[in-house]
Design a protein around this ligand. Structure first.
Ligand SMILES: *[C@@H]1O[C@H](CO)[C@@H](O)[C@H](O)[C@H]1NC(C)=O
Ligand SMILES: *[C@@H]1O[C@H](CO)[C@@H](O)[C@H](O)[C@H]1NC(C)=O
Ligand SMILES: *[C@@H]1O[C@H](CO)[C@@H](O)[C@H](O)[C@H]1NC(C)=O
Ligand SMILES: *[C@@H]1O[C@H](CO)[C@@H](O)[C@H](O)[C@H]1NC(C)=O
Ligand SMILES: [Zn+2]
Length: 959
């Protein structure tokens, strides 16, 4: 799928300023801004997952009956489906329920003798007795009985006799289901247009909800061809994976309706199906394939689909070349839905998106919104081959599907927008981001065992940062050490060989190995052996280089050095590590670290030579050095920063902070890496520093460290603010894409540290807007930061104004900026009222509820209110917001991430105990991780508070 949740990675940034004389005029932080930078990573879930801990329900069903198993028996194989569905866009007058009715015939082959038919079906009511007919000469055995097995979600049919191996049968069912607003299976989305309520029927099948739309063999390897027909109200449009081939008026059950018949699909998996009925508008390009963008009529007429239409063709053609494979379908539809739980979904030929992931407005969208759209489109288009044409056999290999798309989305977006230099940003968005999670003892390997991923919740839990971001990082490393031509060649033969079929991840390794053998320079080990170490064991190494002795060694990097790794590894937590490195800026031959320790003469350096390893952070590991080399690197940053690649300036900061957390270097060394920023204007190092400072704010924004820290950060950012003042006078936007991001950083941080020239600017803009709401004078890029600052400094009047603008926004990304900024309020009653709104779908859409609660928790004043709110409402949240979403882990991690006291730890444990009867669903592991994290935070604060306080006090004086 396309990424889970709308969660920004830097939600925690800078708390709201109060006390310390800072006055509330000080406009705060922008919790929100991170969403603005929009790297699509904000979509990715941050939960972690492990296969050995914490399932709430036993993995194996208590009995051995086939219908108690979560996996289908290997007895029947579907070939064809004929599906007819009729979603009703008005509620049933007697029950008040929105429903759909349908019928389905599936032709399957019997491959093992059986008298039992198990076919997935969830929350469907059969409206007629199912029937079975034989396609061959022997008649089908009659039914003994049929029933629904609700737990394992099967329609169970017992037959009087056996089915014959090799024969084909056709099972016909007629059924009814609810078209609920639960964001899963066949569901409904609602919006208002010209004061009128509109209903859209749409689907989200991945991973296991096709069975909520019609009875089907709902496993990815059960590929079949689908004939789809939709019945719908006159005047509405029906869409599905195939092209419409017939649209006629007809009468069904006495009702006059339109019938749309779709071209047969290719052989495909059920989770990639999509059915949509709407009265949306459309724009299209009649090229081959045909490209269409659908959205609310207002959105289309105001041009919000134009950018997507512009970039889709070029990205599609880029991937055709990259994969050396023609786009397999005659059309590519993309549609923006008002309610959608993930970021987007790669349904074959009919990709569904959240509005913010597809719709762009020249006047009001930021460059971050634009980047997000380009990368998500690229991600979904990449799946049309990798995932859709060739599909992993089972969900345990999800990481390869999602990791791959998360890697090549950068290549696709780069092709569409070469000026952005977006490929570099994978280091911030994915590599650094997932390092933080993968360095925990409770992390998990990329690959899981098939038998450990059975139940729908277990499958859902796999959609996490490890699968997406570590998957992407490791594949990027692989592509780099193979070289891109070798990587793409192996990829191309893999796709060719397995088209319309299923694979396991080692099939890709085998094809890459063939490419190496054919054309590549030899590797020190086979592809598979190298990759086993990255895929089968969790975590990653820290490589330590001693420039005095030339010793290079590796060690499993753990953020908390006291944590205990319980998970065994066949490889002893050692990796085969490719090391690209430079000495004083001069490139040297890469080195492979294949053992725990090696000695290399060339890694020795004299007193004025610095060594820097993991150039451009293509390797998935951190690097540590002897103190002398660190000092030389610090010096190089200050005196000749341009001799260090921009990505590595960010790396030095991020590695130093994390090594300090792991107690491998002094915290003061980490803080020293930020000193040179007073002369840095590049985005990546600034962003790395601010990300790491976030943690300091989370831990210290309620303590006496806060004042001196603010003073230091304020001094650091002032030159950057002045740089952009000179460059743009704040009436313009900076030229480059990442410069625009850093311009926002400058404003956000300068304002949050109380720089008068910044706060007055922001206040003026917002007041101007309040005076004349129809003309927004704030530059789109700056809006998130400005809104947040103004709402933090303001009261009910500002809040209510922003709320009204939120409710009336016609552009989803504008609404989103306001929604997040509303959480920046500093009055507890405003925040409490806002928390109440999050559980009222008329006020905050269900898709945004957890993100909003997390936004509030990121505000230092909102933190405890959000925690109280979640505790008080857990049962309700769990039941109402459980289906169709993967957000519980994010919610729990989000509301607890500032926890750093014994008292908070006790509360967390109490919460776990109090709700053990209700459960935590996909957030089960997040509870354990929050406890682990809180424990580590308590220790970290204890160890570092004094020295950090002193360092900030001194540095603020000398800088
Ligand atoms: C299916 O049947 C159950 C039990 O009779 C009922 O509660 C539910 O509303 C029905 N669903 C639909 C969509 O009619
Ligand atoms: C599906 O539709 C095609 C024509 O579009 C038809 O040839 C085929 O028989 C149909 N399949 C089934 C199972 O009815
Ligand atoms: C789409 O492309 C057209 C033609 O190149 C261009 O004029 C227009 O500005 C583009 N629209 C967007 C939103 O990028
Ligand atoms: C692309 O595929 C074609 C046909 O399958 C093949 O002849 C050609 O060599 C391939 N090109 C590359 C670059 O692999
Ligand atoms: Zn995806």
């Amino acid at each position: 799928m396309a990424k889970g949740f709308f969660i920004s990675k830097t939600l925690g940034i800078v708390g709201i300023v109060i006390g310390a004389g800072a006055v509330a005029t000080i406009i705060a932080l922008s919790v929100v801004y991170s969403q603005e930078k929009s790297q699509n990573n904000e979509l990715k879930p941050t939960s972690e997952w492990t296969t050995t801990k914490a399932p709430t329900v036993p993995t194996t069903a208590p009995s051995n009956e086939p219908w108690d198993q979560w996996r289908l028996p290997q007895t029947l194989e579907p070939e064809w489906y004929n599906v007819l569905l009729w979603p009703k866009l008005k509620p049933d007058p007697t029950t008040g329920l929105y429903t759909f009715s349908g019928s389905s015939s599936v032709v399957f082959k019997c491959v093992q003798e059986t008298d039992l038919i198990l076919i997935h079906s969830n929350k469907l009511n059969m409206t007629k007795h199912p029937t079975l007919t034989a396609h061959g000469s022997t008649p089908a055995p009659p039914f003994k009985s049929y029933r629904m097995e609700t737990k394992t979600q099967y329609l169970v049919i017992h037959l009087e006799g056996k089915l014959t191996v090799g024969e084909k049968y056709e099972l016909h069912t007629e059924f009814m289901g609810e078209l609920a607003d639960d964001l899963g299976g066949f569901y409904r989305s609602e919006y208002f247009e010209n004061g009128q309520k509109k209903v859209v029927a749409t689907t989200q099948m991945q991973p296991t909800d096709a069975r909520k739309a019609f009875p089907c063999f709902d496993e990815p390897a059960m590929k079949a061809v689908f004939n789809i027909t939709l019945l719908h109200e006159h005047g509405t449009t029906a869409l599905s994976n195939g092209k419409e081939i017939e649209i006629v008026d007809t009468v069904v059950d006495g009702v006059s309706v339109t019938k749309t018949v779709f071209e047969s699909t290719e052989k495909m998996s059920t989770y990639l199906l999509a059915f949509i009925v709407s009265d949306f508008g459309v724009i299209e390009r009649n090229e081959v394939p045909q490209i269409r963008i659908f959205a609310r009529k207002d959105a289309i007429t105001s041009g919000q689909g134009d950018y997507a239409l512009n970039v889709t063709g070029p990205i599609l053609r880029f991937f055709e070349k990259y994969y050396n494979s023609t786009y397999p379908l005659p059309k590519s539809d993309q549609i923006a839905l008002p309610d959608f739980s993930a970021g987007a979904m790669e349904n074959w030929g009919l990709i569904t998106y959240r509005e913010t992931a597809l719709l762009y407005d020249e006047e009001s969208s930021s460059n971050g919104n634009k980047e997000r759209i380009a990368t998500i489109i690229a991600h979904e288009l990449a799946h049309q081959w990798f995932g859709n044409l060739v599909t992993l056999r089972w969900w345990n290999d999800l990481w390869l599907n999602e990791g791959f798309a998360s890697y090549v989305e950068y290549l696709g977006a780069d092709n569409a927008e070469p000026a952005w230099k977006i490929k570099d940003l994978i280091v911030l968005n994915d590599v650094h981001r997932v390092f933080a999670i993968d360095a925990l003892a409770s992390s998990h390997p990329l690959s899981s065992k098939e038998e450990e991923v059975q139940r729908p919740e277990q499958i859902s839990e796999l959609f996490d940062a490890i699968s997406y971001s570590k998957g992407a990082s490791v594949l990027r490393m692989l592509s780099d050490f193979l070289t891109e031509p070798v990587f793409t060649q192996g990829l191309q033969t893999y796709l060719k060989h397995f088209e319309f079929d299923n694979t396991v991840y080692t099939d890709l390794w085998d094809n890459l190995q063939m490419a190496v053998d054919n054309t590549g320079t030899p590797l020190p080990k086979p592809v598979r052996e190298i990759m086993d170490r990255w895929v089968l064991q969790m975590g990653f190494p820290v490589v330590t280089i001693n420039t005095k002795t030339g010793e290079i060694s590796q060690k499993h990097f753990l953020l908390d050095p006291e944590s205990v790794v319980e998970r065994p590894s066949d490889f002893n937590y050692e990796w085969y590590v490719p090391i690209k490195w430079v000495k004083n800026g001069m490139t040297n031959n890469p080195i492979w670290l294949l053992e725990k320790t090696i000695i290399r003469e060339e890694m020795k350096s004299n007193a004025n030579e610095w060594i820097l390893a993991n150039i451009d952070v293509v390797g998935y590991y951190r690097v540590n050095y002897d103190q002398d080399n660190w000092n030389r690197l610090l010096n190089a940053l200050k005196t000749s920063k341009n001799s260090i690649p921009i990505i590595n300036r960010a790396q030095i900061i991020d590695d130093a902070f994390n090594l300090a957390k792991a107690r491998m270097v002094n915290i003061t060394l980490a803080l020293q890496t930020t000193e040179y920023l007073s002369s840095e204007t590049e985005y990546m190092p600034w962003e790395a520093a601010l990300d790491n400072m976030d943690y300091f704010y989370l831990m210290f924004d309620r303590t006496e460290v806060y004042g001196p820290m603010q003073a230091y950060v304020g001094k650091l950012v002032k030159p950057l603010f002045e740089h952009f003042t000179t460059l743009t006078n704040w009436t313009d936007v900076a030229e480059g894409h990442t410069d625009q991001y850093n311009q926002v950083n400058a404003l956000r941080v300068a304002c949050s540290t109380g720089l008068e020239s910044c706060t007055s600017l922001v206040k003026t803009w917002f007041q101007q807007w309040m005076k004349n709401p129809s003309v927004n004078p704030i530059k789109p890029n700056l809006r998130s930061a400005v809104y947040c600052s103004a709402i933090a400094a303001g009261g009910a009047q500002e809040w209510d104004f922003a709320w009204n603008m939120f409710k009336s926004a016609s552009l989803a990304s504008e609404a989103d900026k306001l929604r997040a900024a509303l959480a920046c309020a500093t009055k507890p009653w405003l925040l409490n009222r806002y928390l109440e709104y999050t559980l009222d779908p008329d006020k905050i859409r269900k898709q945004d509820a957890t993100a909003t609660i997390i936004n509030i928790a990121s505000n230092v004043i909102g933190q405890s209110l959000a925690w109280d709110f979640v505790r008080a409402n857990w049962a309700y949240i769990f039941n109402q917001y459980g289906g169709g979403s993967f957000s519980f882990a994010n919610l729990i991690n989000g509301v607890t991430k500032r926890f750093s006291t014994e008292y908070e730890l006790q509360q967390l444990k109490q919460f776990r105990e109090d709700n053990s009867n209700i459960g935590f669903g996909s957030g089960t592991l997040a509870i354990e991780q929050s406890i682990e994290r809180t424990t580590a935070n308590i220790e970290w604060v204890k160890q570092n508070k004094e020295v950090v306080l002193k360092w900030f006090m001194d540095a603020a004086k000398t800088l």
